[in-house]
Write a protein that binds this ligand. Structure first.
Ligand SMILES: C[S@@+](CC[C@H](N)C(=O)[O-])C[C@H]1O[C@@H](n2cnc3c(N)ncnc32)[C@H](O)[C@@H]1O
Length: 374
């Protein structure tokens, strides 16, 4: 079941689809309206959409809400969880019941709370920190829908402006390092965390999110994994079934700009990770500093995607304006889709479109869209 495109109003929170659309603060996320605009313009109901770098899943959500089968892949558990949950949140009663259990269990974690590093004791009041330890130890977020939904809602409010979430003053999309944060709190008059009741705060957030119900989303999902591996499987399946995608809509990581795992270290801690930022040494989980490896990642992923796309497909890729990322992405895409026509625009869905950027030597920050059509 999906929603007629004309009934989607993302500017007001009058529908469940609008309430869940912006779920999950994530670095370098698509504006939600943009994701809906691309899906509406470049696909039709029943089409198949693919996003191999799905982030918080806006492309997949827009596709699903608008009646397209949509499939994403995301390697970062934080992005994956936001995407997976907004496509199919668990029933509200089940989420509230798990919240009650997690909150009741927090009484067992007094000692664990006292042993936490100073950063955590300054970031969260005792009740919140015990609650978070309880959630971290007891929520089976990978395999249970109610646990995944509750965990993702806690993740959203794990850090942000004071008064808006569970933490002392923090940025919402990116967690700063522990030493930096402790110093900053001391110097700026935030030496104690806000006193609050975690169950009460999370209940209010659940009530708001579910106020209009659950979104109606057409068969769509996000796979938790590495695209270089997962796409291989999909290519094998597609060779047997003949099923092909008609829109590839994505935004790859930018070269040497963001470390998605280190920047989300506090949320990753809640999901079971280390209690301080760590650059992960495994492939595709770092900052993409090595240019050669970066190009190889794009060649691998877009090469496999090209085998999954129908002849008459559209490819819509948002990327960094800076020279290396832009030129590499453009070159790889034109090699993978040699029969497509290329357009480049930095003002999509506005009057002035198709700014010609070939040969661009820009060091300017910002984004640019590469659109390949037949
Ligand atoms: C620019 S962000 C995408 C943001 C997304 N468009 C959104 O709206 O949230 C790129 C994403 O690619 C993911 N990524 C990087 N390498 C990957 C890989 N090999 N497989 C799957 N995801 C990957 C990163 O974790 C990051 O979330």
């Amino acid at each position: 079941m999906s929603v007629p495109a004309e009934n989607i109003d993302l500017t007001r929170f009058t529908t469940p689809e609008a309430r869940w659309a912006r779920f999950g603060p994530y670095y370098a996320m698509f504006p939600v309206d943009f994701a809906f605009d691309v899906v509406k313009k470049y696909s039709k109901q029943g089409d198949l959409i693919l996003d191999p770098f799905a982030g918080r899943g806006s492309s997949i959500y827009a596709g699903g809400v608008l009646g397209r089968h949509s499939l994403g892949i995301e390697i970062n558990p934080v992005g994956w969880l936001y995407g997976a949950v907004k496509l199919e949140p668990a029933a509200k009663a089940a989420v509230l019941s798990r919240l009650k259990e997690i909150d009741e269990k927090k009484r067992y974690y007094g000692e664990a709370m006292r042993k936490m590093p100073r950063f955590f004791r300054m970031c969260y009041c005792d009740a919140v920190l015990k609650f978070l330890i309880s959630a971290r130890r007891n929520l089976n977020w990978k395999h249970n829908a109610a646990d995944a939904t509750l965990m993702s809602i806690i993740l959203v409010y794990l850090h942000g402006k004071i008064g808006e979430g569970l933490s002392n003053q923090m940025r919402m999309t990116k967690a700063m390092g522990p030493d930096y944060s402790v110093r900053w709190w001391q110097e700026n008059g935030f030496s104690s965390p806000p006193e609050l009741d975690p169950r009460e705060l999370i209940t209010r957030k659940i009530d708001w999110r579910y106020m209009k119900g659950q979104p109606r989303v057409f068969e769509s999902r996000v796979i938790f994994g590495d695209s270089t591996v997962e796409l291989e499987r999909l290519v094998g399946k597609s060779e047997k079934t003949g099923v092909k995608f008609s829109l590839l809509f994505t935004s790859p990581p930018y070269c040497d700009v963001t470390d998605y795992h280190a920047d989300q270290w506090l949320r990753l801690w809640l999901l079971g990770g280390p209690d301080q930022p760590k650059t992960i040494q495994e492939p595709n989980k770092g900052r993409f500093v090595n240019r050669e490896k970066y190009r190889l990642l794009l060649e691998d992923v877009f090469g496999k995607c090209s085998k999954l796309m129908a002849d008459e497909s559209t490819v819509y890729v948002r990327t960094d304006k800076r020279q290396y990322t832009f030129e590499t992405t453009l070159n790889v895409l034109t090699e993978c889709f040699p029969n497509h026509k290329v357009e480049i625009t930095d003002k999509p869905f506005q009057k002035r479109t198709q700014t010609e950027l070939h040969g661009n030597k820009s060091t300017e920050k910002g984004e640019v869209d590469i659109v390949l059509t037949r």
